[in-house]
Ligand binder design. Structure first.
Ligand code: HEM
Length: 163
């Protein structure tokens, strides 16, 4: 009667770590767990780098107009999540003006302040998601007009100035 028990023991040694690795699969490359398990919309693409993140943010603001006009709060919440992913992809990158800075301390400070500005953007995008889930259209509009757009404009002035 020992061998069935032994078999169960061996099987659990193999199956449990495999199951855990599926749950813990990192999001990003689309090669591991299914999209939903990685926190992506079905078929959604992962933004890559600063440029990819910014394009995702831009696409979100564009889709927002239609979603707001239709009072489609599920769509607004999805846009907020997509924009969070865009900001998340961008924030650990180096904005191009930093590459021209010879002074290492100045460069480090610039890169850090960029990251902090992107984190601030992420916080506002979380507020946007909360407002969408609560179905508060006025709050959504306020966050878009009074937070996201001014943050974009100020961010571009400092970190993506006219060349
Ligand atoms: C909702 C907010 C934002 C939107 C919609 C947005 C949109 C964009 C777009 C469309 C581009 C041009 C991308 C391309 O090359 O095709 C861009 C570039 C850039 N943005 Fe933003 N942005 C936002 C917020 C920010 C913030 C907060 C910062 C800084 C703290 C920032 C920093 C930059 C930088 C550094 C680039 C140049 C990227 C590169 O060199 O490829 N952006 N952004």
């Amino acid at each position: 009667m020992k061998s069935p028990l032994l078999l169960v023991g061996i099987l659990s040694l193999v199956v449990v770590p495999f199951a855990l690795s599926a749950v813990q699969a990192p999001g990003g490359d689309g090669k591991g767990a299914p999209a939903a398990a990685q926190g992506r919309a079905p078929g959604g693409k992962e933004p890559v780098g600063l440029d990819g993140g910014m394009k995702m943010l831009q696409g979100g603001l564009k889709r927002m107009q239609g979603a707001l006009a239709a009072n489609d709060f599920a769509q607004i919440a999805q846009i907020a999540v997509d924009m969070q992913r865009g900001a998340g992809a961008a924030k650990t990158e180096t904005p191009w003006p930093a590459e021209k800075m010879a002074d290492a301390a100045q460069k480090a400070e610039f890169v850090k302040s960029f990251r902090l500005a992107m984190i601030d953007l992420q916080r506002n995008l979380l507020d946007l998601e909360v407002a969408a889930l609560a179905g508060k259209g006025d709050d959504v509009k306020k966050i878009v007009e009074e937070k996201l757009k001014p943050m974009r404009d100020a961010g571009h002035e400092k970190y993506n100035p006219e060349k």
